[in-house]
Ligand binder design. Sequence first.
Ligand code: LLP
Length: 380
Amino acid sequence: MVDLTKIQNHKTPFYYYDLELLRATLRHITEAAAGRPVTVHYAIKANTNPVILREVAAFGIGADCVSGAEIEAAISAGFAPESIFFAGVGKTDDEIICGLNAGIGCFNVESIEELSVINSLAVAAGKTATIALRINPDIDAHTHYYITTGLEENKFGIDMRMLDKALDTVAASPALVLKGLHFHIGSQITTAEPFTILCQRINRIVEHCRNRGVEISIINVGGGMGIDYDNPEANPIPDFSAFFDVVTNGIKLSPGQRIHCEPGRAIVAQCGSLISRVLFVKNGMDRKFIILDAGMTELIRPALYQAHHVLKNLTAAPGTGTEKYDVVGPVCETSDTFAVDEILPVTHRGDIFAILSAGAYGESMASNYNLRHLEPPVFA
Ligand code: LLP
């Protein structure tokens, strides 16, 4: 996956992106969607690197954005404004105006309060806003608590019991055009079951809307499709067809309706690796530590979600034997740990590591805590 000849002279740490794999992934998803009533939007929060955005946009995919700056980044990367959907529980007035002026395709609205604000801003601007109501379907996605979003107590979406009030508010809002329902139940979901349950809820909600005389044309099932963090090299491209089968079989579509989805991770995770050098191999009393020059500031997923990424020593000589290590970063936080008790080839100062499956929520969540600096990405 990572071509050592292309990277070994670069200063670390940096992200390495395999654009061929990204393109192959994009081919798979667009071909799988093409035969089905499915429209794909890329959740750009997963990776907003302009080179990545341009690659995705070139496949004619839409964008799911969660800030005004993301809308601007999507437009400058070549996403068609009408293919941009704007989600988020806390849109500022400026961001809403940015969306209205850009002519984006849909505002995914997360509360009744937000409906009123978008309506007022659209009236003032002499525009209409196409909207979808984000409904919280109260489904357990069986993923890490921090990336579960569809449970009743989450801050996301409109509670199903408030749907009628939301529909009344839309009906009384002259500048709002309701086209869609939006759902997102969580991230890194690796079984079909939560999505199957979501489809059943969606059918009931669409039916409820129809009984109230409201026809829905966009049924947005959100993102959340998981990837194989354990075997990225064996499974570099997720099974998009299987996922689309679940939602197209599960949702009863009427003429004129389409399913929209907004994967982030599934599109970009496997094409990115974080490349880092070993600063020290520290022998403790009971443990051996590999101290990398990359840490939670470059890839926060292990510290924040106890995520495990495959760690590869790219420079270990073959047949040198293995050793048990804790692999940590240099940041002054105990949670700055990539792996505990990891069996790895015997490692030395100066070795180069690739931390795999880091293309999603890696670079986009990087920070400069400790005034640290990420080197520019390398594209292959
Ligand atoms: N749509 C909405 C409304 C979302 O909130 C998200 C992600 C997505 C789509 C894309 O989800 P994906 O297909 O990537 O699972 N930083 C965490 C993940 C947070 C996901 C937030 N929302 C991580 O590194 O695992």
